[in-house]
Design a protein around this ligand. Structure first.
Ligand SMILES: NC(=O)c1ccc[n+]([C@@H]2O[C@H](COP(=O)([O-])OP(=O)(O)OC[C@H]3O[C@@H](n4cnc5c(N)ncnc54)[C@H](O)[C@@H]3O)[C@@H](O)[C@H]2O)c1
Ligand SMILES: [Zn+2]
Length: 395
């Protein structure tokens, strides 16, 4: 029999800046140091820098730049050790070594919840270090400096982190907003072209579900995006990050407790296609195919017209995505939908389109129709056109 019940209830307000800059590690740029300045007079921020090996390999000067930056801002920043180089890409999420090493540093260097971790890297390193920073002492202050396009316009700006466990992607993770995000466009120069292009898929995604004007702009800029021209890539990153942040802020479910996942448009099949291709397909490349599939499905259901569907497909192709990848032939629709539902929890919730810029959630997918859409894509003769782009779009 119930004798006593206390209804506990409180709210926590989260707020963090997402900044865009150039040369964040140049001593003359005060941004990073200012972010860490809210200290009692005389105290200095104790800071551990974790740097993606892909970045430090491609831009070897960045380690020295961090040390010079800390020296120039010695009134604010105390480096607790030389910048720590972390293996880049999925390895850092797959293998527990990085997380373990991080906990070792926290213990040995006596970092506490007021210390800062500045993680500079692609989405994978940000996820792994973010997870480690969120769990050591129940949470150190994390400043993310995403160094890939996908990191800057999606993975690095939100509230999630994760590592893989026994081959299960993102099996362990937390919802932990960062202390701040610093997007430095100059870090992108050394990212492989295919990795830069893959990040554009997330912009097309968020435009398709939320912002028709942004989609129209992406369509207009598609050839400039195909050759990764900074004058198109940079505003694309800012708008894409803005839309992701607005979704997290305004949709009423920042920690994803309900079933709706509009930002996962095109993702139910993408996750599977990545696996089926043994990760030869990058996440963004798989998302482009996943979106094409769900666009076909929305068209077959009469939710969007032929012209809109055609424009979307052409935009994706012109940006340089291949939509009829062989992995489609091995896609088990039922299993992929089931895995997607299980990972997100609750009932199946798939975002489709009822127009460009208008995502809509459905809870049922007709398997034979979806299979027919796969066949449509496989039969499509559409080719990525990135290689044939006129050079004048670079200007
Ligand atoms: N937490 C989230 O909300 C969220 C959202 C989307 C994706 N993700 C995760 O992000 C990861 C994908 O991120 P990604 O697309 O950035 O790829 P990535 O992190 O795998 O990086 C791609 C490659 O680029 C290298 N690299 C990074 N910066 C570089 C630079 N400036 N110059 C040269 N090389 C550089 C890396 O070492 C790696 O080899 C996935 O693990 C995905 O699950 C997380
Ligand atoms: Zn994604």
């Amino acid at each position: 029999m119930l004798e006593h019940r206390i209804e506990q209830s409180f709210e926590v307000r989260y707020s963090y800046p997402v900044c865009f800059t150039r040369g964040a590690l140049t001593p003359a740029n005060p941004l990073l140091s200012d972010l860490m300045r809210a200290l009692p007079p005389g105290a200095r921020a104790r800071v551990l820098f974790a740097v993606d090996a892909g970045l430090s390999g491609a831009q070897p000067g960045c380690i020295d730049a961090i040390e010079q930056y800390a020296l120039a801002h010695a009134d604010t920043i105390e480096l607790v050790r030389t910048p720590w180089i972390v293996r880049g890409g999925e390895t850092s999420k797959r293998d527990p070594r990085e997380v373990d090493e991080f906990y070792g540093y926290v213990r040995d260097l006596r970092l506490c919840r007021h210390s800062y971790v500045v993680a500079i890297g692609g989405g994978a390193v940000l996820d792994a270090i973010g997870y480690a920073a969120a769990t050591a002492h129940r949470g150190l202050r994390l400043i993310r400096m995403p160094s890939t396009v996908l990191g800057q316009n999606d993975a690095g700006v939100g509230v999630k982190n994760a590592i893989n466990w026994q081959g299960r992607k993102n099996f362990l993770g937390t919802f932990t907003p960062p202390f701040a995000v610093v997007n430095d466009f100059e870090l992108l120069a050394s990212v492989a072209a295919a990795d830069r292009r893959a990040g554009i898929a997330e912009a097309v995604k968020v435009a398709l579900i939320r912002d028709r004007a942004f989609f129209d702009w992406l369509h207009l800029q598609r050839f400039a995006l195909a050759v990764l021209a900074p004058h198109a890539l940079e505003p694309m990153i800012v708008r894409c990050a803005e839309l992701h942040l607005a979704q997290i802020r305004n949709a009423g479910d920042p920690f994803e407790r309900g079933s709706a996942r509009p930002l996962d448009f095109g993702h139910w099949s993408a996750h599977k296609l990545e696996e089926l291709s043994e990760h030869r397909l990058r996440h963004g490349e798989a998302v482009a195919i996943g979106m094409a599939l769900d666009v076909q499905y929305s068209r077959r259901l009469g939710m969007i017209g032929d012209l809109a569907a055609e424009t979307i497909m052409q935009t994706l192709c012109d940006i340089g995505f291949t939509l009829n990848h062989e992995a489609l032939g091995h896609l088990d629709v039922e299993q992929a939908l089931d895995n997607f539902r299980e990972h997100l929890g609750g009932q199946l919730c798939i975002t489709l389109l009822k127009g460009i810029g208008e995502g809509v959630e459905v809870h049922h997918i007709d398997i034979p129709t979806m299979r027919a859409c796969i066949a449509d894509l496989q039969a499509s003769q559409r080719q990525a056109r990135a290689e044939t782009v006129p050079l004048e779009v670079l200007s």
